[in-house]
Design a protein around this ligand. Structure first.
Ligand SMILES: Cc1cc2nc3c(=O)[nH]c(=O)nc-3n(C[C@H](O)[C@H](O)[C@H](O)COP(=O)(O)OP(=O)(O)OC[C@H]3O[C@@H](n4cnc5c(N)ncnc54)[C@H](O)[C@@H]3O)c2cc1C
Length: 382
C-alpha cells in the first residue's frame, strides 16, 4: 500500500472542503500562475473570486462575514496552495490581518473591515518592517502623530506582502516615540483615496515571483483617529505578540505541505526518467533519499498536527509555535534541496515545480521572524 500522510486533525467534512478548495485551485489559480509570476502579482479578480466562494477568512465568525470555521479550514487552503507551489496570493497574511481586527479591533472596526476582507474586496497587508528595522521592531521609525481627529503618518515600510494589491494596511507606528514599545500603535490605513500614501516597487525577489511584496511610503497621510486599532494608543506591541502562535504555525503548515507536494512530484519524476537503462527510481541512492524524505515528512506531520490541534483548542504557546516554524522551514529547505538534486538539470529549470518551490522556500527561514529569532524565543522559554 502506498504511503499517505494523513492529518490527525481532519475529518470527512474537512476532506470534502479540501476537495472543493483543491478543485478551485486546480481550475482557477494554477492556470494563471505563470502569468502572475511574470506580472509580479495575482490581480484583484482571484481575490474576489476566492471571497465569493467562501474561501477567505474561513476561521472568522459568520456574523462578520467569515466562514465560521476554525484554523483547520484555513490550513486546508494553505496546504492545497503550498503543495502546488502557489505562493502569489498570501491568504495567510490576509488571515492574519483579519485576526488583528477580530482579536484587537473595536466592534465598529470589526463590522467595517472584516466583511470586506472576507469578500476579497480588500486585500489585507501588515506593515511592520522598515528599511532600518526588521527583527528589532522597537526600532520602527514610522511616526503617527495625533492632530485633532486624525493621526498624521510619516515613514516608509519595506518587504510588505500583498503590498501592491492591498486595500487595507495595518501600519505599525510610534504614537509616542519617548515610550519605546509602549509608544507603539497599529493604524488602519484605507488605501483608497489616500493622499500621501504611495506603493513603491514590487520587489524583485529570488522566489515567490507572483507575490506582490512591496515598498510602502507614507507622506503626511491623514488617518482618522477612529482607525487606531482597538482605539487605545500604545497597544501595538501587545497586539503583535498576541497573534504570534497563529502566524508561526501557518508557516509550519505550509512548509510541511510544500514538502509533501515536492515529494509527490519527485516520485513521479524519478519513475519516468531513465538513466543507464532503468528508471532513476531504481537506483539505491534515489530510493534511500526518498525514504529519508518520507520519514522526515511523517515525523514532521506528527508535530505539526499536534500544534494544529493545540491551536484549535486555544493552548498553543508562542515557544512551541516558534519550534514549528523553525523546524518545518529548516526541514523544507533541506528536503527541497535533496529533491531538486534527483531532478538533475531539469530541477534547475523554472518550468519545473521543484525549481520554483526551491526558490520560494528560502524565505520561509527569514520572514515571520527569522529562524535565529525563533531560537531566541524558544531559548527564553527553557
Ligand atoms: C518575501 C518577504 C515577505 C515579507 N513580508 C513581510 C510583511 O508582510 N510585513 C512585514 O512587516 N515584514 C515582512 N517581511 C520582512 C521580514 O519579516 C524581515 O525581513 C525579517 O523579520 C528580518 O528582518 P530584516 O530583513 O531587517 O533582517 P535583520 O533584522 O537585519 O537580520 C539580519 C540577520 O541578523 C540576524 N539577527 C537579527 N537579530 C538577531 C539576534 N538578536 N540574534 C541573532 N541573530 C539576529 C537575523 O536572524 C538575520 O539573519 C518580509 C520579508 C520578505 C523577504
Amino acid at each position: 500500500m502506498a504511503l499517505t500522510f494523513e492529518r490527525s486533525w481532519s475529518d470527512e467534512d474537512l476532506e470534502r472542503y479540501r476537495a472543493s478548495v483543491a478543485r478551485f485551485i486546480e481550475t482557477e489559480m494554477l492556470p494563471e500562475d505563470a502569468a502572475a509570476r511574470a506580472r509580479g502579482h495575482v490581480g484583484h479578480a482571484i481575490w474576489r473570486r476566492s471571497g465569493a466562494l467562501g474561501f477567505l477568512c474561513a476561521d472568522i465568525p459568520e456574523r462578520y462575514g467569515g466562514g465560521g470555521g476554525d484554523f483547520r479550514h484555513e490550513a486546508v487552503f494553505y496546504e492545497e496552495m503550498a503543495r502546488r507551489g502557489l505562493t502569489g496570493m498570501s491568504t495567510s497574511v490576509h488571515a492574519i490581518v483579519a485576526h488583528y481586527f477580530l482579536n484587537h479591533g473595536t466592534e465598529a472596526q470589526k463590522e467595517r473591515w472584516l466583511p470586506q476582507l472576507a469578500r476579497g474586496e480588500r486585500v489585507g497587508a501588515i506593515a511592520m518592517t522598515e528599511p532600518g528595522a526588521g527583527s528589532d521592531l522597537q526600532g520602527v521609525a514610522t511616526r503617527a502623530e495625533r492632530r485633532g481627529e486624525h493621526y498624521v503618518v510619516n515613514g516608509s515600510k519595506t518587504f510588505i506582502t500583498n503590498g501592491f494589491l492591498a486595500g487595507v494596511v495595518l501600519v505599525v507606528a510610534k504614537t509616542d516615540p519617548a515610550q519605546g514599545a509602549r509608544g507603539t500603535s497599529i493604524l488602519i490605513v484605507d488605501t483608497d483615496d489616500c493622499p500621501g500614501f504611495r506603493v513603491g516597487r514590487v520587489l524583485d525577489k529570488i522566489g515567490m515571483k507572483a507575490q506582490d511584496t512591496s515598498e510602502l511610503f507614507f507622506d503626511d497621510v491623514r488617518v482618522p483617529a477612529a482607525n487606531l486599532l482597538g482605539g487605545v494608543e500604545g497597544q501595538g506591541f501587545f497586539q503583535l505578540m498576541g497573534d504570534l502562535p497563529y502566524e508561526r504555525l501557518i508557516i509550519g503548515v505550509a512548509a510541511l505541505a510544500g514538502m509533501e507536494g515536492a515529494y509527490a512530484a519527485t516520485l513521479d519524476y524519478v519513475r519516468e526518467r531513465r538513466a543507464f537503462g532503468k528508471p532513476i527510481a531504481e537506483f539505491q541512492n534515489t530510493r534511500f533519499r526518498l525514504a529519508e524524505v518520507a520519514t522526515q515528512i511523517m515525523v514532521g506531520r506528527a508535530f505539526i498536527d499536534r500544534c494544529v490541534e493545540r491551536l484549535v483548542a486555544g493552548t498553543l504557546d508562542t515557544a512551541t509555535a516558534s519550534m514549528a516554524k523553525l523546524w518545518a522551514s529548516e526541514a523544507q529547505g533541506r528536503v527541497l534541496d535533496e529533491l531538486l538534486q534527483l531532478h538533475g538539470g531539469y530541477g534547475y529549470m523554472n518550468e519545473y515545480l521543484i525549481a520554483r518551490m526551491y526558490a520560494d522556500a528560502r524565505v520561509q527561514r527569514i520572514y515571520g521572524g527569522t529562524n535565529e529569532i525563533m531560537k531566541e524565543v524558544i531559548a527564553r522559554s527553557l
